[in-house]
Design a protein around this ligand. Structure first.
Ligand SMILES: C[S@@+](CC[C@H](N)C(=O)[O-])C[C@H]1O[C@@H](n2cnc3c(N)ncnc32)[C@H](O)[C@@H]1O
Length: 259
């Protein structure tokens, strides 16, 4: 690493030593389905611990104090007497970045495009307990996030839409739009259609994107770069930065003018 101030290091020497030398459980029924060697399991546990310790120092919202849902059998990484995961830590970093963009406001309605199984939605639904959360996705992720999130939260706060159904969302109906690691899976025209949709539904609200800095899809050879996304000219940038931890990603937030 280049010579940088101590504040820029992801981990303190003490945290690295504690993560290295605290014994880890690398056997047991929860590891059975994981075809990793003992060394790979240890490296994974070490990396998740480091991520957790880094996130702890940036988690003003207290997302890390949320329990890790047992649903879906997460990998059994224990730390400080509890189950931890890279997904909850990454979602904590994202939720804190989103809170920074919202500048103290609590969104009443969140729309998330490409939610995967629902890891970020879990954090946002907890952090903003009055918000509704609309997932827009394709199959099979839509069915998986519906199963995961409706098992954890009352259905009244949740809605699950196919991309075509999302086109019927009303103007100004989202206080917050979120999309993480999703646009690179789409064609340019699909990305354009989503940004047009966000422009229409998030008037007066905030859009948060966290995406690959640059990605070439191995299936169709389409390359998309973050700084080439067709962001509407009226959006006002709140921040645009290299993402913490996953430094091949950028994350950015904008305020969308009211229509
Ligand atoms: C790599 S996963 C990321 C999931 C989640 N955001 C995360 O960070 O864990 C990509 C997500 O984008 C979704 N996706 C791909 N094409 C899409 C489309 N045309 N419309 C909506 N979602 C799409 C996938 O189904 C999946 O949920």
């Amino acid at each position: 690493m280049a010579c940088v101030g101590a504040a820029n290091f992801h981990s303190t020497p003490l945290a690295i030593l504690r993560c290295l030398f605290t014994p880890a459980r690398l056997y047991g029924p929860s590891w059975h389905a994981v075809p990793w060697t003992r060394r790979e399991r240890w490296l994974y546990v070490f990396a998740v611990r480091l991520l957790w310790e880094y996130t702890r120092r940036h988690d003003e919202l207290g997302v890390l104090s949320l329990p890790e849902p047992q649903l879906g059998n997460p990998l059994p990484v224990q730390w400080d007497g509890r189950l931890i995961s890279q997904d909850l830590a990454n979602s904590a970093l994202e939720a804190n970045a989103i809170a920074r963009a919202l500048d103290g406001a609590s969104p009443g309605s969140i729309v998330e495009v490409g939610a995967g199984y629902g890891r970020t939605a879990y954090a946002l639904l907890k952090v903003f307990p009055k918000a509704t959360h609309t997932v827009v996705d394709i199959e099979p992720a839509l069915t998986i996030s519906r199963w995961y999130l409706t098992s954890l939260f009352p259905g009244a706060r949740l809605r699950f839409l196919q991309p075509e159904e999302a086109q019927r969302l009303r103007e100004g109906s989202a206080d917050l739009v979120v999309s993480i690691s999703s646009l690179h899976e789409m064609r340019r025209d699909q990305v354009q259609a989503y940004l047009d949709l966000f422009d229409r539904i998030a008037g007066g609200g905030v859009v948060y994107l966290k995406q690959w800095e640059r990605w070439t899809n191995p299936v169709d050879g389409v390359t998309l770069a973050f700084d080439e996304y067709p962001v509407p000219t009226g959006w006002r940038s709140v921040f645009d930065e290299v993402a913490p931890v996953q430094t091949n990603f950028r994350h950015a937030a904008w305020r969308v003018p009211s229509a």
